[in-house]
Design a protein around this ligand. Structure first.
Ligand SMILES: Nc1ncnc2c1ncn2[C@@H]1O[C@H](COP(=O)(O)OP(=O)(O)O)[C@@H](O)[C@H]1O
Ligand SMILES: [Mg+2]
Length: 239
């Protein structure tokens, strides 16, 4: 049995008496791509933040790599990588400088050639490595952030709407990269409102609606999850 890397058990989150997450449970195994899919305001980002300790549950529990978010969040933060909707990097630094800076915050020094090979792996175009990040596209910023995650050797990646705002070829590249990372053992937890994209890369999809899991879809063998089935279920609730 695969190791359970990300677990939500009856997780509930309440903001100002409004139940944003209502008894959400799921497990993500090692090397799995799990997508939490839902419309705007469904509670996706809140679910994701529950694993980063930036949202406090009103009930239930969350754990990452067997560590409790409630009591061991400092250890968890050292191990995971989080890509928010807009990747936070410094525009006045180059791609390589950003990576060096954020690695140093994590207490890691990495040789230039290691950084370069990480950037190569995520397929960031070579002429951008030493250019100011202010001219990077969203896709390029994302690649830089994923390279950083690789250098930190983060076994779990949390991605919030990773493909929103990417053009189709950047989405294809992103999907390929995530699929490769998962096949090499990385665990990916992403939230998205893009049915098609999620079906392409996820091993499992949880459909979130008004804070509740209302459907779970699983890939069978190498066949992607059936877009039609997920779409029908999704649009029934978000139409
Ligand atoms: N910090 C907060 N305080 C109060 N309400 C919040 C907070 N964060 C999110 N919400 C509300 O919770 C609901 C779910 O938000 P969110 O998890 O961001 O949804 P999604 O990411 O699926 O679009 C929304 O109605 C949002 O307004
Ligand atoms: Mg969100």
């Amino acid at each position: 049995m695969r190791e359970e890397m990300v677990v939500a058990s009856s997780l509930s989150v309440t903001f100002e008496q409004h139940k944003v997450l209502d008894g959400v449970s799921f497990k993500v195994g090692e090397g799995e791509v799990f997508a939490l899919l839902g419309g705007n305001g469904a509670g996706k980002s809140t679910a994701l933040k529950s694993f980063l300790g930036t949202v406090t549950p009103s009930g239930g529990s969350a754990s990452v790599m067997g560590l409790s978010v409630a009591s061991q969040i400092d250890v968890i933060r050292q191990k995971v990588a989080y890509l928010p909707e807009s990747v936070m990097l410094y525009g006045h630094l180059t791609g390589v400088e950003n990576i060096e800076y954020f690695l140093s915050l994590a207490g890691i020094t990495s040789a230039k050639d290691k950084i370069e090979s990480a950037l190569k792996r995520v397929a960031l175009q070579q002429d951008a490595w030493y250019r100011s990040l202010s001219n990077y596209s969203k896709g390029m910023r994302q690649k830089t952030a994923i390279a950083l995650a690789l250098l930190r050797e983060a076994p779990v990646l949390f991605l919030d709407e990773p493909t929103s705002g990417l053009d189709p070829s950047a989405i294809d590249e992103f999907n390929q990269l995530i699929t490769t990372l998962a096949s090499e053992g990385s665990t990916i937890f992403m939230v998205s409102h893009d049915v098609y994209g999620a079906c392409q890369i996820a091993h499992r999809i949880g459909l979130l609606d008004k804070g509740k899991i209302v459907g779970m879809f699983e890939r069978e063998g190498d066949n992607p999850i059936d877009t039609e089935a997920v779409h029908a279920s999704f649009s029934k609730r978000n139409g």
